[in-house]
Design a protein around this ligand. Structure first.
Ligand code: C5P
Length: 222
């Protein structure tokens, strides 16, 4: 398998990270969860009480923040400088604020530069919102994953139940719509399907079916 780059974009909870990780495992590629990078900065800003409206302060904080990943047995771990933030960056507080933090040009420019650097030698499966359009416009394979807001909220709801977190399905559906709206209407790098991306609606597909479809596309391109 040639060391191509694979871009996977789509709205929140479309299953991108689970699928991107499996595809990367199958190919022996590196998996990069760019959402986790924006979440880590959001967590750092909340922890240090940096104003989430202050682009310059967020940028300064990002410049002094190292975000790294390590492959764990079950899941990938995310580190803020040396601290393991894998779980805490999925908290409601971070989820509610990450779209605001990721809307600033200076923050995005720095994140995109770091993401490009990781992908420069190829062999990366990267998931996010702007990978096929901005981060890796030359990626050999681009996938745009969708699923209805109701289905995505239901998936989140089931995940929460499994973790013992009590949330209402209605609130999750509303939150999904709110985040979709913010991510797809922001001025800089909005969530958008690249013209040459293949759209994959996962509403009625299992994780393995989606993985197999993507692997088939990758095999065709190689
Ligand atoms: O993928 P995940 O839901 O963890 O991403 C969290 C948030 O980070 C998104 O709602 C979006 O606001 C932001 N994001 C982004 N660009 C990316 C990845 C994530 O703006 N490439």
């Amino acid at each position: 398998m040639n060391k191509i780059n694979v871009a996977i974009d789509g709205p929140a909870s479309a299953g991108k990270s689970t699928i991107a990780k499996k595809v990367a495992e199958e190919l022996g590629f590196i998996y990069l969860d760019t959402g986790a990078m924006y979440r880590t900065l959001t967590y750092a800003a909340l922890a240090k009480q940096v104003s989430l409206e202050d682009e310059e302060a967020l940028y300064r904080l990002l410049r002094e923040t190292e975000i790294t990943f390590s492959a764990g047995k079950e899941k990938q771990h995310v580190y803020l400088n040396a601290a393991d933030v894998t779980e805490i960056i999925r908290s409601e507080d971070v989820t509610q604020n990450v779209s605001l933090v990721s809307s600033f040009a200076k923050v995005r420019k720095e994140m995109v530069a770091r993401q490009k650097e990781i992908a420069k030698s190829g062999g990366v499966v990267m998931d996010g919102r702007d990978i096929g359009t901005v981060v890796l416009p030359q990626a050999e394979v681009k996938i745009f994953m969708t699923a209805t807001a109701e289905e995505r909220a239901l998936r989140r709801y089931k995940e929460n139940v499994a973790k013992g977190i009590n949330t209402s399905l209605e609130e999750l559906t509303e939150d999904m719509r709110r985040r979709d709206h913010l991510d797809s209407t922001r001025a800089i790098s909005p969530l958008k399907r690249a013209d040459d991306a293949i759209e994959l609606d996962s509403t009625h597909l299992t994780i393995d079916e989606v993985v197999q479809e993507i692997l088939a596309v990758i095999t065709q391109k190689n």
